[in-house]
Design a protein around this ligand. Structure first.
Ligand SMILES: [Zn+2]
Length: 825
């Protein structure tokens, strides 16, 4: 090797307090240290050392050797002394030091900083110690002169200096030249954390490696690859799946979670005290197929790497839900408890008979259907030669034996196979003399179902899989609910517990035996969908701005959002959304408006202005503004192209506008000649912009629902309105005919950037929090055609019925929009 006069030293010990033995901890097939050594070997040097303590030496040696490093043992606590002893054994000029905590070191940055250090010392300048600042947390390496370190070590006896290396230099800057060089842009990511210090860090590293591996990146990883992984959704939005691993709940939950984890790179929480006997063998089966061992976790990470929690547990207790919902999104699959208000999102996959609660989405296409399907699935008549009895392995109701015997009587020549869980099963003793084959749970059963003519099972995943595989399916319901489910979804079933011959015959001759029509055949990847959900955002009440101790009542759920009502202030707000933030672009009005209304905002100017004249008249009547002599200052927030400013001006107000759309603001300034500023409310300083601290009137027309930080906005409005002045706004009504007649549809079509839904009956109590009293509520947006009675009868505009409904809409305030005028008190 070319002489570089450099030595790379990776500092490593196994006695880490937070994560003992982390350097040798298996991280997706290799010890953590291996990744560090691989990276640091990319830095040019004559010598590569791992500097460790005596106690760790033996264990670290094989890894060091494998990756081309020598292993040097020195003092455990006097790290500085350890470095000096090592340096005494070799001749080197420059030392590049890294620690063994970070498997994602930027080796390019390390090489660059070493070169920079050498350049500084080649010229007229001198440098003892150099490091890049601004690298991801824990990615930094230090470069220093071996001679200087020896000198620095001999000059300090401070314990802190000896426990570390760098401080011997930078705590003595009077004697040593220390350069903290801001890292070049491509390395400068101080907000990222790639080091492994805690259990949560370790899980983040697992997510990163899963990402890197799935993109076929081989280590040592380049800066670009590491950054790509850091910014991927699978690393940014970790997911922990929580399946039921309790005896009696069957293996379906764990199976489904392991499948999703394999698809999406998620973690699966399987606690040590699991009671499901098949859990370990199932996990092994998935690991053999490529799931990483590191994806199975025995504790849920803390808040430093907050995962979304996805439960698949059948029925959670209130306490479990409360614990899991803490500070992170909680998504539940087929959740059957009554406490689902804790859940941000509910996904129902297995069709259920009757659920009083609404799910965000119900879709059986998420069932992983078998690839292997019977070729004779269209045949009318089939010989029954092979029967599989599969009652979840555990069979708590002891139906396996009666079922097997009933089939034996009915089909004396058929091969009857029954799956039983384990040695606890009483039937094992019978196995000898019954001519029934008893087998243990089968790995990958889904793909073997097609071999059987008839599958006997409970209502659940296997039943749907067997139908899809083209088998005859007979259910053995154990509860009344399961009987109803069997009927509702057109399964053949034997309702009689003793499985009498006549009951079996009825099921066999049922037209539902080959219930092919149960599934649509559409397939969706559960893993992919959960990945999409995991990036969803949970939000608390935008008025109060804090997370309540009990979950707020859920008002409506739909595929992309969940709405709740704040238990403190009563506001209905978007509490969970899977839709990304809308960016209000400069060209918002030209494009978006036209898309929505079929004409440009400018073209609509006059009709909006006419609305404005009406609103200005109401404001005038409430504020008692007279002619031009008593001009009052009015600020319109979200003024757009200024139609209301024009109306206000004609109504003898003195108008000011603000909007976030630049093109709109310049139109107001240049064409209309009103003072306006481009700013994102509430970040506006009106004293500076307009020379006015308080206005007589502040207005917002269809703007208020767009604020995520409504509390902050209303506090600002409150300071902007003088005492006795007015605040007026319009917004969609949560008590209009559309909301009242079909609440879920109303919330489903509510624009995804409307964060609050105002209900006129609650407006006063919410506005009082901010020092306003409601003076007038005007119901607007009356649409008789949206009333059920008009929809049903098809009555035409102008008819008696239409006019009557229109009158009712006005009288009861059932318009779909509302204007609220309130006074600062
Ligand atoms: Zn609230």
């Amino acid at each position: 090797m070319m002489k570089t006069n450099r030595t790379v030293i990776v500092q490593c010990r196994l006695s880490s307090t937070r994560l003992p033995g982390k350097a040798l901890k298996d991280l997706c097939g290799k010890p953590v240290l291996a990744y560090v050594l691989e990276s640091m070997h990319k830095v040019k040097a004559d010598h590569y050392f791992v500097a460790t303590d005596e106690a760790s030496y033996e264990q670290l040696l094989p890894v060091c050797k494998e990756y081309g490093f020598e292993c040097f043992a020195g003092s455990l606590d006097d790290v500085l002394g350890r470095f000096i002893s090592l340096l005494d054994t070799i001749k080197t000029k420059t030392v590049i030091r890294a620690t063994a905590d970070n498997p994602f070191l930027f080796y390019e940055a390390a090489e660059e900083s070493a070169q920079l250090f050498e350049e500084k010392n080649n010229g007229k300048t001198h440098c003892d110690y150099l490091t890049y600042s601004g690298l991801p947390h824990g990615s930094g390496v230090e470069v220093f002169s071996a001679e200087s370190l020896k000198k620095a070590a001999s000059e300090t006896s401070e314990p802190y200096d000896h426990e570390h290396v760098g401080p011997a230099f930078y705590n003595h800057k009077d004697k040593y030249v220390c350069d903290f060089v801001p890292a070049p842009r491509r390395f400068n990511y101080p907000e990222l954390r790639t080091t492994i210090d805690t259990y949560s860090d370790f899980l983040r590293a697992v997510s990163m490696l899963n990402y890197l591996k799935s993109h076929n990146y081989e280590g040592p990883f380049t800066t670009e690859q590491i950054l790509e992984a850091c910014q991927s959704n699978s690393v940014k939005y970790p997911v922990v799946l929580v399946p039921s691993v309790v005896k009696g709940h069957g293996t379906g939950h764990l199976r489904r979670c392991l499948t999703a984890a394999s698809q999406g790179g998620f973690f699966v929480y399987v606690p040590e005290d699991k009671t499901l006997k098949e859990a370990d063998s199932l996990i092994e089966e998935y690991i053999a197929q490529g799931l990483s061992k590191n994806q199975i976790i025995t504790s849920i990470p803390d808040e430093s790497y907050l995962p979304a929690i996805i439960t698949d547990t059948f029925e959670l207790t209130q306490n479990q839900l409360k614990e899991l919902a803490k500070n992170r999104s909680l998504i539940s699959i087929d959740e059957g408890s009554k406490y689902t208000d804790y859940c941000d999102y509910l996904l129902d996959i297995i069709p259920s008979y009757k659920c009083e609660r609404r799910a965000n989405i119900t879709n059986s296409a998420f069932i992983t259907l078998p690839e292997n399907v019977r070729s004779d699935s269209d045949a009318e008549e089939r010989n029954i030669e092979k029967v599989l009895i599969c009652l979840g392995g555990e069979d708590p109701s002891n139906l396996t034996m009666p079922a097997a015997q009933a089939f034996r009587r009915k089909f004396p020549d058929a091969k009857i196979t029954a799956i039983i869980s384990n040695e606890d099963n009483p039937y094992v003793d019978y196995a000898g003399g019954t001519n029934i084959e008893f087998i243990k749970p089968v790995a990958g059963l889904r793909e073997k179902l097609f071999e059987y003519d008839i599958v006997v099972t409970h209502y659940g995943l296997t039943a749907f899989e067997a139908v899809y595989a083209g088998c005859g399916v007979i259910l053995l319901p154990t509860t009344n609910l399961h009987k109803k489910l069997a009927e509702k979804y057109n399964f053949a079933y034997v309702g009689d517990k003793s499985i009498s011959d006549s009951a079996l015959q009825t099921a066999l001759s049922s037209e539902n035996l080959y219930a092919k029509k149960i599934l649509s055949g559409e397939k969706k990847s559960l893993g992919e969908f959960l990945r999409h959900l995991s990036a969803g955002k949970r939000m608390c009440c935008p008025v109060c701005g804090k997370v309540p101790s009990q979950p707020d009542e859920v008002i409506s759920r739909n595929e992309t959002r969940t709405y709740r009502r704040c238990s403190t202030c009563g506001m209905v707000y978007m509490a969970f959304t899977t839709i990304e933030d809308k960016k209000y672009k400069k060209e918002y009005f030209f494009e978006e408006y036209k898309k929505q209304y079929g004409k440009t905002y400018e073209e609509d100017f006059d009709s909006i202005k006419a609305q404005g004249m009406r609103r200005a008249a109401i404001i005038k009547s409430l504020s008692g503004v007279g002619g031009a002599a008593t001009e009052k200052n009015l600020l319109d927030i979200g003024c757009a192209y200024g139609p209301f400013l024009a109306a206000a001006s004609e109504s003898s107000f003195n108008p000011f506008g603000t909007d976030i759309a630049e093109d709109a603001v310049s139109y107001v300034q240049q064409k209309l000649k009103y003072p306006a500023v481009c700013s994102a409310f509430p970040d506006i300083d009106t004293a500076e912009e307009f020379g006015i601290t308080q206005f007589d009137v502040v207005t917002m027309w269809y703007v208020i629902e767009h604020f995520k930080d409504l509390g902050k906005v209303l506090r600002k409005v409150s300071t902007l309105v003088r005492k006795g002045g007015l605040f007026a706004f319009s917004t969609p009504s949560g008590e209009g005919i559309s909301a009242v007649s079909d609440k879920d549809h109303f919330y489903e079509i509510s624009p995804t950037d409307h964060y609050t839904i105002w209900e006129p009956s609650r407006a006063d109590s919410i506005l009082r929090i901010f020092g306003f009293r409601v003076e007038r509520i005007v119901s607007t947006g009356h649409h008789p055609e949206r009333f059920p009675s008009i929809k049903k009868s098809g009555a035409q505009k102008g008819s008696l019925k239409w006019n009557l409904v229109d009158a009712i809409s006005h009288a009861r305030g059932l318009g779909d929009t509302v204007e609220i005028y309130c006074r600062k008190i």
